[in-house]
Structures are given as structure tokens and as C-alpha cells.
Design a protein around this ligand. Structure first.
Ligand code: COA
Length: 442
């Protein structure tokens, strides 16, 4: 039954009644990419995300792939918008005091430390749940329970262990990882869904729960069509894979399919005008059965519409090289955008291969806020990807990432309610600042 205990319908115009996650406070213990992707999404939806960072160092990505000396890297800034930063040494007694206060006041703790690291800080589930039974504790780990649960994991490890690499690339080449960060950002995205679901369930149960996303599982979820194909192999060759048409036998595992389409319709990446000098002058072309006739007309092969050698998808399968070769003769006479326009005019879906330069300059992506320009006090203006999820009543504005510890004072005072003496005591203890050089050396 649909939920009935909802408040009155808001009378405010859409987009002017706050944000979806207003009132939700996140203790953000994340670093690098997977966890920060998750908490950035929650921040865009209005959650107050308090990023806890190690004094003096912060999230390691602040200093990775640096392009502007003395400024936080794009790696960091592009994953930590709309958050506040507090520095705490989580292993210091006074740091623990601040963390305990944060645990009591936050709704969700999100972390992606190496396995066991949170427990070693003393922040076990039992400890957290005792302090705040409503707390949701959300974690990214490389692997779920099992033989690899203790392993540290980065993006490409997950792509390989999640089945993506073995099914990406060309049959006669090595496995390939993809440029899209499906292990890190993909898992962060999954975790965000787990968190909002747990927040929803908490409205009924009153209690928090653990939310775990293993990167291997997240990648496998995104590669699910390849596990589909693994099982279809039992019923015979995968006829939509090019290798079937080429008469190459299948082995016992889902093979790499090059640029074949995963949806069962033959597809290829074809050269367009200018390909000799432009590495991205290509287009993805799908010979979808329902648009076969307009394709024949466009490429100048009208007889293929009725010729039994070409007229049916089954008849075409063994001739895909010939067919795509002919289509490519046509696409090579046009730019990828001309092909796009001509094909879309007759409902043939095609995908121009857009470079990151073209995407950065694309006006429509700027207009929708998917690509945004952000100003930063230390690095100046830079481009970022805004919230890709658009909601009509929860509008996302992208604000710059915090400097290291920028909000330490306001969080201690306004969020945690420590009085000036207490703040002084905590600060003096060294729990919020980097150890002095001599201390470090000692
Ligand atoms: N104060 C004091 N100590 C802190 C701290 C703070 N504010 N923040 C972190 N630390 C400590 C941790 O407690 C840990 O110490 P310990 O191992 O002695 O207990 C230490 O810093 C290192 O943390 P860890 O997460 O292990 O970082 P790492 O650099 O060794 O490993 C990863 C990095 C990403 C490989 C690892 O965190 C990981 O596997 N995470 C899960 C999977 C994941 O998210 N991977 C993708 C990242 S994009």
C-alpha cells in the first residue's frame, strides 16, 4: 500500500522547498574516489556533509596529480564539492572526543578505509551503535566477505575482479580496463542508494544499519549482461557477437566482444571524415532491425531492403563485416556530426565519439549544469561535472570543495556545541593539528 502518513502537499513552487536531504548530517570519513563520490552526491541533494580529514595531510588526493602548485588538485576538488572539512586525528584522545560528539549528532557515517581500519580507530559497529542507535554506517570495501575481504583495492583491481576487464577489449587482445571509473565512482553511486534506502527504512524502524558496497559487487552489477551471456553460452554460440558471424568458435567463458553492442543488436565503431588526423572522428553505428530500411536508403543500398541475403537480421549476421564495411564507406564521407544529424532525422540511433574537449565545450551540458565552472580561492576557475541526477524539487548548486580543515572551528562550535574553553583544550591537545616537525621526527 502506498504511504499514507505524508505531510500536506507543499504549496511552495517546485525547487523552492528545500532539498531532498535537508536535515541529514553525514560524518564523511571517506577518501580517494569511491567514498567521496557517494558523499558528494548526498551533499548535492542537500545533506550537510562533514568531511573528517587527517590533520596536516587530509585526503591523499589533495596532493595527487597536482596541476596548480599550492592548490588542491582537480582530483580532490572534483570529488568533494558542497562539503565542509574538519581535521581530526582520530587516534588522539581528544580527537576521539570530537568524533564521539560527531557520531552522536550525525545520521550517517560513510567510510572507505582499508578493511579493519575503522575498528582499529575504536569505531566498531557496536561502539557507534551504542553512542547513536540511529546511525547508519556505510562502507565501501574492495571485496565482500570471503577469501579476499582483507585486501586493499583500487579502481582497476575492481574492474578486473568484477568481470569487466575479462569482457572488455578485442577477442585477440588482452583484457582492458575502461576509462569510466566504474569501480570507484560506480560503487560510490551504489552506496549512495543504499544510504538513502537505509534513511527511509529508519523512518519506520527508528534504528540505523550497516550498508556495505563491495567494489567487486558494484562492478559485477554493472557488468550483469556479461553474466547473462555466460549462461546463454550453454544454449549455443552468442549470435550477436561478431565472432559468431566470423565462424570463430566460443570457449567456455563470455569472450571480449570488441565494440559489439551488449544489447543484442549488431553495432560497430566506424570511421568518419577526418579520421586520419582526428583520433575521435568515429561514430557508433547500430544496425537495429526496426531501422534497417532507412539505413539501406541512407547508405545507398535500397535493394538490401528486400534482398533475402540482407533483409532479415538472421541473414545479416554472417555478413556483418561486409555490411559495416559498406556503412563505413558512407560514414567516411561525412563528419560524425553530419552522420548524427542524418541518422537521427530518420530515427537511427548513432553515437558520435565525443572527446573530453568536445564535452567540456558542449553548450547544452553547460546549460543543464552537467558541466559546471567552479571558482576556487587557490586555483581559480575550473570545470567540473555537476550532479547528473536532476530533480525538479531538489535543485543542486555546485559549490567549491573545502580547504583542509576550513570548517573546523564552526563545526566544533555550531554543530557540536563545544564552548570556547573546551575548544581551546581540544586544540591545545594537538588532536586537530598536524604534529610539529620536531614531534614528527622524534
Ligand atoms: N586520523 C588518524 N588516522 C587516520 C585518519 C585520521 N583522520 N584517517 C585515516 N587514518 C589512518 C587509518 O586509521 C589507517 O591507519 P591503520 O591502518 O594504521 O589503522 C591509515 O590512516 C590508512 O588508512 P587506509 O584506508 O588503510 O589507507 P591506505 O592508503 O592504506 O589504503 C585504500 C587506501 C583505498 C587502498 C584503502 O583505503 C581501501 O582499500 N579502501 C577500501 C576500498 C576503496 O574504497 N578503494 C578505492 C579507493 S578510491
Amino acid at each position: 500500500m502506498a504511504q499514507t502518513n505524508l505531510p500536506e502537499v507543499s504549496s511552495k513552487p517546485f525547487g523552492q522547498d528545500g532539498k531532498a536531504l535537508d536535515g541529514v548530517r553525514i560524518l564523511d570519513f571517506t577518501h580517494v574516489q569511491s567514498g567521496p563520490t557517494c558523499t558528494q552526491l548526498l551533499a548535492w541533494f542537500g545533506a550537510d556533509v562533514i568531511k573528517v580529514e587527517r590533520p596536516g595531510v587530509g585526503d591523499i588526493t589533495r596532493g595527487q596529480l597536482v596541476d596548480v602548485k599550492g592548490a588542491d588538485s582537480l582530483y580532490f576538488t572534483m570529488l568533494n564539492h558542497n562539503k565542509r572539512s574538519i581535521t581530526i586525528d582520530s587516534k588522539h584522545k581528544q580527537g576521539k572526543r570530537v568524533l564521539d560528539a560527531l557520531i552522536k549528532t550525525c545520521d550517517v557515517l560513510v567510510e572507505n578505509f582499508a578493511p579493519g581500519a575503522l575498528d582499529r580507530m575504536g569505531l566498531t559497529w557496536d561502539y557507534i551503535h551504542k553512542l547513536n542507535p540511529r546511525m547508519i554506517v556505510a562502507s565501501v570495501k574492495g571485496f565482500g566477505p570471503g577469501p579476499y575481504e582483507d585486501c586493499k583495492v583500487y579502481e582497476n583491481v575492481a574492474q578486473c575482479a568484477g568481470g569487466s576487464a575479462s569482457t572488455t577489449g578485442f577477442r585477440d587482445g588482452p583484457p582492458l580496463v575502461t576509462g569510466a571509473q566504474i569501480g570507484d565512482s560506480g560503487t560510490g553511486l551504489h552506496l549512495a542508494l543504499g544510504i538513502v534506502s537505509a534513511l527511509y527504512q529508519r523512518m519506520r524502524t527508528g534504528r540505523g544499519q550497516k550498508v556495505l558496497c563491495a567494489m567487486q559487487d558494484g562492478v559485477l552489477n554493472l557488468a550483469r549482461v556479461k553474466l547473462r551471456d555466460q549462461q546463454r553460452l550453454k544454449a549455443g554460440p552468442l549470435t550477436e557477437y561478431s565472432q559468431y558471424g566470423e565462424g570463430i568458435p566460443f570457449g567456455d567463458a563470455t569472450p571480449r566482444a570488441g565494440n559489439d553492442s551488449g544489447g543484442g543488436q549488431p553495432g560497430r565503431i566506424l570511421k568518419c571524415k577526418g579520421w586520419e588526423n582526428d583520433p575521435n572522428a568515429y561514430i557508433y553505428f547500430i544496425t537495429q532491425a526496426p531501422v534497417w530500411e532507412p539505413i539501406c536508403d541512407l547508405i545507398g543500398e535500397p535493394t538490401w531492403k528486400t534482398d533475402p541475403e540482407f533483409a532479415t537480421p538472421k541473414a545479416r549476421l554472417p555478413k556483418l563485416n561486409q555490411i559495416f564495411g559498406r556503412i563505413e564507406q558512407w560514414t567516411m564521407t561525412k563528419t560524425k556530426f553530419e552522420v548524427m544529424n542524418l541518422c537521427n532525422a530518420v530515427d537511427i540511433p548513432v553515437g558520435p565519439i565525443l572527446s573530453m574537449k568536445e564535452i567540456a565545450e558542449e553548450k547544452s551540458l553547460r546549460d543543464t549544469g552537467t558541466v559546471v565552472e567552479v571558482d576556487h580561492p587557490k586555483r581559480g576557475k575550473y570545470l567540473s561535472v555537476g550532479n547528473p541526477i536532476k530533480m525538479s524539487d531538489s535543485i543542486s548548486e555546485v559549490t567549491r570543495s573545502p580547504l583542509l580543515g576550513e570548517h573546523t572551528d564552526e563545526i566544533l562550535k555550531d554543530v557540536l556545541g563545544f564552548n570556547p574553553d573546551e575548544i581551546e583544550e581540544i586544540k591545545k591537545s594537538g588532536a586537530l593539528s598536524a604534529p610539529k616537525k620536531e614531534e614528527k621526527a622524534a
